[in-house]
Design a protein around this ligand. Structure first.
Ligand code: PLP
Length: 367
């Protein structure tokens, strides 16, 4: 049986060190707003290449805190529009609507699976204040063109870096390319905690201070509340785990790339396609998406051959009941991707034998 992602095996790669870090946090008697969070924040900011990293409870909150902070600081107003890819995970869009902002869905490029830079400009209105790019599947969504558009129209560039820890564009890490970025450390992400966790990175001092306050009830001094905030803090135990795992992130991303190279070079089946291959630095292979017209049959076939796969994602945001008003809209590229996408197993603990099992089954599909 090849699991989609064997989290037990992923944790086992650094089990002793993680257990020691957790034990030390447990024994410290200090569980929130302590030195382990501070240490991890400094290490993560230095890794990403930003002035600040602020721990949050999860990735959705990280993104939502960025937009709430933009509102509190007067950088945005309720009703402002935020351009966002139509084919993202629901959290990207929830972070916008939870703040009374208006998401404007833009189609992706079919060969890249990321927002189509050539379709952005026609969606910009006099209410557009921000562009959110999502480095989906671990693929860099940034480009020169996106930077130019943000400068030309004075848009706050927010990166959803939940799936792309360690990814780079021209040597700079994703998460440092815009005004601010939200990161998720959900256990299955490339940098995963043993529970929920997240962070905001930014070079902007005022934004960092506002996010830190908002995530702590809106308070920057005990029992003094500047904003109607929320409780969204990173805890000491998760910070201790993340501090261990961060040290191995680059090596684990390299292992993901090695697996991807095996897939690229050995899968030979006209029924199976994949998006354009990016330069190594621009892909940390959070997922390995393939596209197949007979996607559901392919998934079934792999299941019968002992291989677990997942679909990212079966229903696009504009067809979800939570966004009922958009249900009648037609976004054909997004819908096609959602109908054809299948994510193959990939992860730092996967063995070469597992990879070969997957390749062998894919090469037998439909023959
Ligand atoms: C996982 C994820 C999030 C949300 O992160 P949580 O920590 O689960 O809240 C946001 N955006 C994308 C693209 C994600 O994959």
């Amino acid at each position: 049986m090849v699991k989609f992602l064997d989290l037990k095996a992923v944790t086992a790669l650094h089990r002793d060190e993680i257990q020691e870090a957790v034990r030390s946090a447990v024994d410290s008697g200090w569980y929130l707003l302590g030195e382990r969070v501070g240490q991890f924040e400094r290490a993560y900011a230095s890794y990403i290449g930003t002035k600040h990293a602020v721990g949050c409870a999860n990735g959705l909150d990280a993104l939502a805190c960025i937009y709430q902070a933009c509102l509190e600081l007067g950088r945005m107003k309720p009703g402002d529009e935020v351009i966002v890819p139509a084919n993202t995970y629901i959290a990207s869009i929830l972070a916008i609507t939870q703040n009374g902002l208006v998401p404007v869905l833009v189609e992706p490029r079919e060969d890249m699976l990321e927002i189509d830079p050539d379709r952005i400009e026609s969606h910009i209105t006099n209410r557009t204040r921000s562009l959110m790019i999502v480095h989906l599947y671990g693929r860099c969504a940034y480009s020169e063109k996106i930077g130019d558009l943000c400068r030309k129209y004075n848009l706050l560039l927010v990166e959803d870096n939940a799936q792309a820890h360690g990814c780079r564009w021209n040597g700079r890490r994703t998460g440092s390319l815009g005004f601010a970025a939200g990161h998720s450390f959900y256990p299955g992400k490339n940098l995963g905690a043993l529970g929920d966790a997240g962070a905001v990175t930014t070079d902007d001092d005022a934004l960092a201070a506002a996010v830190r306050a908002i995530a702590n009830y809106g308070s920057s001094r005990k029992y003094v509340f500047d904003y109607c905030g929320r409780n969204s803090r990173l805890d000491e135990i998760q910070a201790a785990v993340l501090g261990v795992k961060l040290k191995y992130l680059d090596a684990e991303n390299e292992r993901r790339r090695a697996i991807a190279r095996m897939y690229y070079s050995q899968i030979r089946n006209p029924r199976i396609h994949w998006p354009a291959v990016l330069p190594d630095e621009q892909n940390v292979f959070h997922l390995f998406p393939v596209l197949a017209e007979e996607r559901d049959r392919l998934q079934q076939f792999l299941q019968e051959n002992g291989i677990q796969t997942l679909i990212h994602y079966p229903i696009p945001p504009h067809k979800q009941a939570c966004y009922r008003a958009w249900n009648g809209r037609s976004l054909p590229v997004t819908e096609k991707i959602h109908a054809q996408e299948l994510s193959l197993p990939i992860g730092p603990a996967m063995t070469d034998a597992d990879v070969e099992t997957v390749i062998d089954a894919l090469n037998r599909f439909g023959r």
